[in-house]
Design a protein around this ligand. Structure first.
Ligand code: ZN
Ligand code: ZN
Length: 513
C-alpha cells in the first residue's frame, strides 16, 4: 500500500491523501487550501478523478472536504463515506461556499470585463454540489466497512460533530489517519477514541508546538476581555468557524450568564447565513456531544440557546448592527478570509474600544494572521484601515488537541507504529516530531507530493533503550540549563525553543508520576 501526500503536508490546509493498494485507489479527504496556497485549488488534481474508487472523509471542515465537488465535477463517480453529521454539515458548508465563490467570481469578472480580460469560472456550482451529495454513503462510528481490497473503520476523533479518525487495513498492514483530533477532555465532543494498533499513523500537528491554557485560565481570560469591552461600551468581534467554534462560544457566553457574570441584556449576534442550520445539526445529533452538554438536553434545556442571542441570516439584518455601540458579534470566516466578519472589522477595528478575540487557528497569508501578528494597518475590501482595536488570541477554545493531547492520543498505540506527521506548519510538525523521538517513537514529516510505501518498512527500527544512569544524566542537564540561563538567549536559539519546551513537558510528566 502506498500513500501519496497531496495536501496538508508541511502545511495545515488542503488535506488530501491518496491511498494506493495493488488494484485500487482511494482518497482520504479532499480539502481546499486556505491562505498562502489558495491558487492550488484551481490546479488540476495530481491524479485522474475517475480513477479513484472511493473517498473516505474525516470531517466536514472545508480544508478536508472543500474540493470534493470539484472532484465530482471532474469525473469522480465512486462513493463518499462519512458519518451522518459530516454529510449534513457538508451540505450546508458547500452550498454556502458556492454562494461565496459566485460573488467573488462576479466581482473579478466585472474587473476583467473592464480590462478586456477573459472571464474566470468558479471552482464548482450548485449542480456539482447536488451531484456530490448523491454519492454520500453514511457510515456509523466503530463499524468495519469492507471495500474491494481494503477495510476501514471510523472512530470518533472529538474534533467537531461527526469528526473521525480512520483505521485502514490492507493485507497485513494497518494505517490510521488521525483526521483532526480534539482536545482530550473537550467541552463539546468529549475525549477522542483511543486506537491501540497500527503499523503507521498519519497524525495532524496543528498545535504540535503549543500547549493550550487550562480550561479555567481560558474561561477567566474570556471573561476578563468581555467585561472590559462592556465597561468600555465597545463591541466584541469574534471571527469564528461557523461549525463547532461558534456553538462553543455561545455555550461559554451561556455559562457566563448562568453565573451572573454577564448580563443577559448584552446582545449577542451570530451573524451567519449558515449559523442557524449548523446549530440545528448539533441539536439533532446531541447524543454525540460531551456528557456535559448532553445533561442540558436531558433536562430539556438547550446549551446553544440564550435569551439575548439573535441569529442574523440576511445581509440587511447584518448591516443593521453596524451602528450598535456594544454587543458580542460572532461571524465567519474564522480566518477573516471572507464572509460577514470583514464588514464588522471594517466598521470597528479602527475604534479603540473594540475588542477582537481570535479563537481559532490563523493560517499564514490570511487577514486574521496579519491582525494577530500585529499589523498596524490592514486592507479590508479595498480600503486601508488602521488597527486600533485590542486584539486577543484565545487558543483554549480550540477544537484541536495541543501538543500534550496529541502525545496522549499517540501514547494510546501499543504497537510502536511509525508516526507520519502532517497538517501543521513546519515548526509545529518538527516540534511534535522531536517530542515523539524523545519518547522513542519513529517519525517522518512528508513533503507535498511525497509517496511512502507502507508495505516495506523502510525506516530502521528504533534501537532498544540502554540502561540509564539517571544521576549523571540529570546533573548534565542541570549544568546545561544553568549555562543557558547565564546568557541572554538570542534569536539563533529560537529553533531550539520548541525542543526545550518538549523536554520541560516530559520532565513535568515524570515529576507528576
Ligand atoms: Zn478540522
Ligand atoms: Zn483540519
Amino acid at each position: 500500500m502506498l500513500i501519496r501526500f497531496l495536501g496538508a503536508a508541511g502545511e495545515v490546509t488542503g488535506s488530501n491523501y491518496l491511498l494506493e493498494s495493488e488494484n485500487s485507489r482511494y482518497l482520504i479527504d479532499c480539502g481546499i487550501f486556505q491562505g498562502e496556497n489558495e491558487e492550488k485549488n484551481e490546479a488540476p488534481f495530481d491524479f485522474s478523478p475517475s480513477s479513484i474508487k472511493a473517498v473516505i472523509l474525516t470531517h466536514s471542515h472545508l480544508d478536508h472536504s472543500g474540493r470534493i465537488p470539484k472532484l465530482v465535477k471532474e469525473g469522480f463517480k465512486g462513493k463518499i463515506f462519512a458519518t451522518l453529521p459530516t454529510i449534513e454539515l457538508c451540505e450546508i458548508l458547500w452550498f454556502d461556499t458556492v454562494k461565496l465563490m459566485r460573488e467573488e467570481v462576479e466581482r473579478i469578472n466585472r474587473k476583467n470585463q473592464r480590462a478586456g480580460r477573459p472571464p474566470v469560472k468558479a471552482l464548482y456550482d450548485e449542480e456539482d454540489v447536488e451531484a456530490t451529495l448523491k454519492l454520500f454513503e453514511p457510515v456509523p462510528y466503530d463499524e468495519v466497512v469492507s471495500l474491494e481490497d481494503i477495510k476501514f473503520r471510523l472512530r470518533d476523533s472529538s474534533h467537531i460533530l461527526g469528526s473521525a479518525s480512520v483505521e485502514v487495513w490492507n493485507k497485513d498492514t494497518k494505517v490510521v489517519f488521525s483526521g483532526d483530533i480534539g482536545q482530550w477532555e473537550g467541552v463539546m465532543e468529549g475525549t477522542p477514541a483511543t486506537i491501540e494498533q497500527a503499523d503507521y499513523v498519519v497524525i495532524e500537528s496543528t498545535y504540535g508546538d503549543r500547549v493550550h491554557k487550562t480550561l479555567e485560565q481560558t474561561r477567566e481570560e474570556f471573561t476578563r476581555i468581555i467585561q472590559s469591552a462592556i465597561s468600555e461600551n465597545g463591541k466584541v468581534l469574534i471571527p469564528s468557524f461557523v461549525v463547532d467554534r461558534a456553538q462553543r462560544i455561545i455555550y461559554e457566553i451561556r455559562l457566563l450568564e448562568e453565573r451572573h457574570i454577564l448580563s443577559n441584556r448584552i446582545p449577542v449576534y451570530f451573524d451567519s447565513p449558515m449559523g442557524k442550520k449548523v446549530t440545528e445539526v448539533y441539536r439533532k445529533y446531541n447524543n454525540l456531544l460531551s456528557s456535559e452538554l448532553q445533561r442540558y438536553y436531558l433536562n430539556s434545556r438547550d446549551p446553544f440557546d440564550i435569551e439575548n442571542l439573535k441569529y442574523l441570516s440576511s445581509v440587511e439584518e447584518s448591516k443593521r448592527i453596524n451602528d450598535i455601540d456594544t454587543g458580542i458579534i460572532i461571524a465567519g470566516s474564522g480566518m477573516c478570509t471572507g464572509g460577514r466578519i470583514l464588514h464588522h472589522i471594517k466598521h470597528s477595528i479602527w475604534k479603540e474600544n473594540t475588542h477582537i478575540i481570535f479563537v481559532g487557528y490563523q493560517a499564514q497569508g490570511t487577514l486574521g494572521r496579519r491582525i494577530v501578528d500585529g499589523a498596524r494597518n490592514i486592507n479590508v475590501m479595498g480600503e486601508e484601515i488602521a488597527v486600533r482595536a485590542k486584539i486577543h488570541t484565545i487558543n483554549g477554545f480550540s477544537s484541536h488537541a495541543d501538543q500534550k493531547d496529541l502525545l496522549k492520543w499517540a501514547e494510546g498505540f501499543q504497537s510502536n507504529p511509525v508516526f507520519i506527521i502532517t497538517h501543521g506548519e513546519m515548526t509545529s510538525s518538527q516540534a511534535l516530531s522531536q517530542l515523539f523521538r524523545i519518547k522513542g517513537y519513529q517519525t517522518l514529516i512528508p513533503t507535498r507530493g511525497q509517496s511512502i510505501d507502507l508495505l516495506k518498512k523502510e525506516i530502521s527500527e528504533v534501537k532498544p533503550v540502554p540502561s540509564i544512569d539517571w544521576n549523571s544524566l540529570l546533573s548534565e542537564l542541570e549544568a546545561q540549563i544553568s549555562s543557558i540561563k547565564e546568557r541572554v538567549t538570542g534569536s539563533s536559539d529560537l529553533e531550539k525553543f520548541s525542543l526545550l519546551k518538549a523536554v520541560s513537558i516530559i520532565l513535568r510528566e515524570i515529576n507528576e508520576k
